[in-house]
Design a protein around this ligand. Structure first.
Ligand code: UDP
Ligand code: MG
Length: 338
């Protein structure tokens, strides 16, 4: 028996109550992908839909062998649904998009063109947005700006899920929370080459968006989390220690001055400098706590990296004349500090 040909492309789409959009989307995807002419599969994820989405997905699955169905037990949210799809996708190149027809499959070839130019990740950029300005566009602008600054990655649009990836890039990234937005930032940490293509942003035709303003707060908090993970996850003491150092030294200085006043000038410190004394004490106590937090962080990071055998680097290629290369997934976390 010959081995089946490797699948070149996987199109991953999460669906949550998208019964009205699903059939049209499926047809458009197949039309576009058939025209490309390489072996492909579709990984459709049902994120606990409560309408007829799953029934329709089953029907499609029955008559199309290229379709894989992943059904989550309940609604886990877009990030989890995407991650489930990624886990089951076997293509060399993975394309992710929304299931509500806001992304047009006809634009998939633009992404693949960039990938073929040698990029590892190609991200869609909604050059002209059609969402509500105040609740969606403005927060997203601000978040994108902050994100670009923090991650040092010059992208216009971190928010859209319309993207193409080489599979190795995804395999290395842990997704949770609302983190799917930050795949480019996390990938760029791994050294991925990233490009952006302008896409259309079609208004939602059927059903309504699952998100509103509430999402912005969560995204902003995630942003902080990602920034911390990217910059300090292997050295929390350097982050918290700085606050600890500044706090403790300021507190000690204040207390020392007050002590001198007491001893040399016999001033009634409590009465004359009460607030200042309190500040000194607070700074010392707070500073020491920051230190402890940093130390605890150090211990946690070690457990985290060692348990997961999470590499602290990411390889693009290895060339060696050794007979058998070690399996990168089994490589040791190694020393954490460089
Ligand atoms: N989605 C999902 N689980 C959810 C919410 C959304 O799988 O809990 C899917 C949804 O079906 C769509 C995509 O994620 O395919 C984007 O969702 P939506 O259109 O609601 O977000 P927006 O476009 O407003 O950012
Ligand atoms: Mg949408």
């Amino acid at each position: 028996m010959t081995k089946p040909d490797p699948i070149k492309y996987s199109v991953v789409v999460p669906f949550y109550n998208e019964q009205d959009n699903l059939p049209a989307l499926y047809l458009r995807i197949t039309e576009v992908m058939d025209a490309i002419g390489e072996l492909y599969e579709m990984v459709f994820v049902d994120d606990g839909s409560r309408d007829a989405t799953y029934k329709l997905l089953l029907e499609i699955y029955e008559h199309d062998q290229r379709v894989h169905l992943v059904r989550l037990r309940r609604n886990f949210g877009q990030t989890a649904a995407l991650k489930a799809g990624f886990d089951f996708a076997r293509g060399e190149i993975i394309i992710s998009m929304d299931g509500d027809l806001q992304h047009d499959p006809a634009e998939i070839p633009l992404f693949l063109e960039k990938i073929n130019e040698g990029y590892d990740l190609v991200s869609g950029w909604r050059a002209q947005r059609r969402d509500a300005w105040l609740t969606r566009q403005l927060p997203s602008r601000v978040a994108n700006l902050i994100m670009a600054k923090l991650s040092g990655l010059d992208l216009h649009d971190f928010g859209t899920t319309f993207k193409a990836y080489r599979r190795e890039i995804l395999a290395e990234i842990q997704l949770y929370g609302e983190l799917h937005r930050f795949i480019p930032a996390l990938a760029s940490w791994s050294g991925a080459k990233i490009a952006e293509v302008a896409i259309k942003n079609n208004p939602r035709q059927n059903g309504k968006s699952n998100y509103g303003l509430g999402r912005t707060t969560r995204v902003l908090l995630d942003l902080l989390g990602v920034k911390f993970l990217l910059d300090y996850s292997t050295r929390p003491l350097q982050f918290f220690g700085l606050f600890g150092l500044v706090g403790t030294s300021a507190g000690l200085a204040i207390s020392f001055i007050l002590l001198l006043k007491k001893l040399l000038l016999h001033e009634a410190i409590m009465i004359e400098h009460g607030p200042l004394m309190l500040l000194g004490i607070l700074l010392i106590v707070g500073g020491v706590q920051f230190f402890c937090l940093g130390l605890l962080g150090e211990v946690l990071t070690r457990i985290y990296y060692e348990l997961q055998h999470k590499p602290i680097y990411s390889l693009r290629e290895v060339k060696s004349r050794h007979e058998k290369l070690p399996d990168p997934t089994e490589r040791d976390a190694g020393p954490l500090h460089t």
